[in-house]
Design a protein. Sequence first.
Length: 317
Amino acid sequence: MKNIGVAIVALFALCCFSLFVGVQEVSITDWWQDPQNTDLFLISRIPRTLAVVLTGASLAVSGAVMQMLARNSFVEPSSVGTAQSAALGILLVTLLYPASPLIVKMIVAAATAMIGMAVFLAMISRLPVTSPLLVPLVGLIFAGIVEALTVFIAFQTDMLQFQGTWMSGEFSGILRGRYELLWLCGVLAILTYIVADQFTIIGMGKDASINLGLNYKQVVILGLFILALSTSLIVVTVGMIPFVGLVVPNIARRMMGDNLRASLPWVAVLGALLVLTCDLIGRLIHFPYEIPVGTVLGVIGSFVFLYLLYARPAHAR
């Protein structure tokens, strides 16, 4: 599918390179001969690399689904209040039930993310279809309100430092046993591919979807579930990471067109490539110190998005 094999090879090469980037130097030729190096790989390096790949692919796929549901290519979960709502849910459950296990925080975060996304979709349904730029503007305003509420509650309860860990995504704390929930994001991405044709039809609008015999409400609820669960899993595990769900689906759409089933493999691979590249930049640019991947993506993603806005789109073949 249009040289996707090249992208997969590049992703594999970056994954191998990522395994040997860190404060402790490990030789490529004899890493398996030292038990300490083997433990380092199994406990830290491999889990971190897998977490980065799963996060990038899931964020990109979630962004593609979000754009289909909202029928707008300028939105993603972190720009319309979904990720912020998940962070609010984590803060609330931490305040009310401090000893709650990670799975409880994930469930509450998914519930608040779904509520936040439903509110956003309800708001944009009242906007005129002739003004597509109003959709991302409303999303940014709504996301700002939710984030401001989260910060206010955190400030009043002396939880600002805790709340900050969910608002800036980074992978330095990923170890074996602390990232496995992200595999569920991979399962959700596969589910998205299975029903990709239905999401493509949803992108044509409610009336067209119903006329084509699609159960519009059921597919929208499924999309909300996938988005809310994926977003909450990522926020709970690594924090909020911007721009991936915004720029990657737009790049894939320029190459493959609006058929989500055709473009979704590209979306997943490019999302993983982007996040892994930014993670490596964050680790190497000020070595041995580390810059959070969310900060690096905020800089690179903004330039890529500006390029997509002004560059002439290529026609998909």
